[in-house]
Design a protein around this ligand. Structure first.
Ligand SMILES: C[S@@+](CC[C@H](N)C(=O)[O-])C[C@H]1O[C@@H](n2cnc3c(N)ncnc32)[C@H](O)[C@@H]1O
Length: 353
C-alpha cells in the first residue's frame, strides 16, 4: 500500500495511522468503488475512444447537427476524458457541464484547459446524484452510458436522474432511443472450450464449475456465419420518456431457423439511435455490423438444440437489476422447441457481473 507520494505504509510502520482514511483496505471497497476505480485508469478510456463506431457516431451527431447545440447549455453525464463535452463546445454550445465521478475528472479538467475550452466547459468532479449544478436547467443531456448487454453497469438510471432533475421541458437527450435484440447461433467449438471443458479437467470432474460458467453470459464477438435464426427485437427504450423501472422487463421472442443446424446459444446485442438529428443517426452492436468494444452477449444453453429450417424456438426473456448489486443484471430465459428432431422446454438463469 502506498501513500500519494509513493511511500509504502504497513501496519508495522511507526508512521501507520489507523485513522488515516487514505488507507483503504480492499475488503472495505464496495462494488461501486471498484466500478468507479475502473474508470480512473486511462486504459478503459483508451479502449472507448478507439472504438471508432462509438466515438465517430457521437462526433458526427454533434458536428453534423450544430443547430441542436448553438447557444445551448449541455450536461455531459459521465464525461470521462471530456471528449463529448469537447465535441459539443466545438459545435457551438454556450456552456457544457461535464460531470465525472472518477479520478479521470482531474485529467478532463487538464484536457479542457490544454485545448482552450475552459471558458465553455466546466468539469465537475463527483456523482451526478450528489453534485450541485451551477444552473437550474440544461437544454441538452448527452451521455455514453451503455454497458455490455446494454444494461450492465446500470448507468442509465443516472441519465434518467439527470433528465428528471435538470432537463428543460422540451430538452433533448442524446442518444434518445435504444433497442435490444436476440438471435440464436451455432457455437459448438467455443461452447466446448468454455463450458464442456469443466467436465473433464486433466481427468478430473469439475462440472460444478460448469454450472457457474453456464450462468455467466460471455461478452465476445460472434461471426455472422454462426447465426441460425432471424433476429428478434426484444425491447425498445425511449430515453427521453421512460421511467427508471422500465429497464427491467419481460419480453417474448420467436426465433425461426433459416437453415438446418444446431443451436448452442442465444446472442443479445443492441442498437442506439439519435432521432433528433437532421438525419436519423446511430449504430448497431450486432454481429452483422462493424465490431465495437461492446461485442455481443452470448448466453449458452444447457441443451444443444437440433433445429430444422422453418422451425421456431419460442420463449421469453426477463431482465432485472440485481437487488443486492444494482449494477449487475439478472436474466431469466424460458425457451421451448417442439421440432421434428428435438423437443426441449427449459428455464435458465444468468447473471451479468
Ligand atoms: C462509458 S464511460 C463514457 C466516458 C466519456 N463520456 C466517453 O464517451 O468517452 C462512462 C463514464 O461515466 C462515469 N460515471 C458513471 N456513473 C457516474 C455517476 N453516477 N456520476 C458521474 N459519473 C459517472 C464513469 O466514471 C465513466 O467515466
Amino acid at each position: 500500500m502506498s501513500d500519494p507520494d509513493g511511500h509504502d505504509k504497513s501496519i508495522d510502520d511507526p508512521a501507520f495511522d489507523p485513522d488515516d482514511v487514505s488507507i483503504v483496505q480492499d475488503d472495505d471497497k464496495t462494488s461501486a468503488d471498484y466500478y468507479f476505480d475502473s474508470y480512473s485508469h486511462f486504459g478503459i478510456h483508451e479502449e472507448m475512444l478507439k472504438d471508432v463506431v462509438r466515438t465517430k457516431t457521437y462526433q458526427n451527431v454533434i458536428y453534423q447537427n450544430k443547430f441542436l447545440f448553438k447557444n445551448k447549455v449541455v450536461l455531459d453525464v459521465g464525461a470521462g476524458t471530456g471528449i463529448l463535452s469537447l465535441f459539443c463546445a466545438k459545435a457551438g454550445a454556450e456552456h457544457v457541464y461535464a460531470v465525472e465521478c472518477s479520478q479521470m475528472a482531474d485529467m478532463a479538467k487538464e484536457i479542457v484547459e490544454a485545448n482552450g475550452y475552459s471558458n465553455v466547459i466546466t468539469v465537475l468532479k463527483g456523482k451526478v446524484e450528489e453534485i450541485e449544478l451551477p444552473v437550474s436547467k440544461v437544454d441538452i443531456i448527452i451521455s455514453e452510458w451503455m454497458g455490455y448487454f446494454l444494461l450492465f453497469e446500470n448507468m442509465l438510471n443516472t441519465v434518467l436522474y439527470a433528465r428528471d432533475k435538470w432537463l428543460v421541458e422540451d430538452g433533448v437527450v442524446l442518444p434518445d432511443k435504444t433497442s435490444l435484440y436476440l438471435t440464436a447461433i451455432e457455437d459448438a467449438e467455443y461452447k466446448d472450450d468454455k463450458i464442456e471443458f469443466w467436465n473433464n479437467v486433466y481427468g478430473f470432474d469439475m462440472s460444478c464449475i460448469k454450472k457457474q460458467a453456464l450462468m455467466e453470459p460471455l461478452v465476445d464477438t460472434v461471426d455472422q456465419n454462426q447465426i441460425v435464426t432471424n433476429c428478434q427485437l426484444l425491447k425498445t427504450m425511449d430515453i427521453s420518456k421512460m421511467a427508471p423501472g422500465d429497464a427491467s422487463f419481460s419480453a417474448p421472442f420467436k426465433l425461426v431457423a433459416e437453415r438446418d443446424d444446431y443451436i448452442h446459444a442465444l446472442v443479445a446485442y443492441f442498437d442506439v439511435s439519435f432521432t433528433k438529428c437532421h438525419k436519423l443517426t446511430g449504430f448497431s452492436t450486432g454481429p452483422r455490423s462493424r465490431a465495437t468494444h461492446w461485442k455481443q452477449t452470448v448466453l449458452y444453453l444447457d441443451d444443444v438444440l437440433t433445429i430444422c429450417e422453418g422451425e421456431t424456438l419460442v420463449g421469453n426473456m426477463t431482465v432485472a437489476q440485481n437487488k443486492k448489486n444494482p449494477r449487475d443484471v439478472d436474466i431469466m430465459l424460458k425457451y421451448s422447441l417442439n421440432g421434428r428432431r428435438c423437443v426441449v422446454s427449459r428455464i435458465q438463469h444468468y447473471k451479468m457481473r
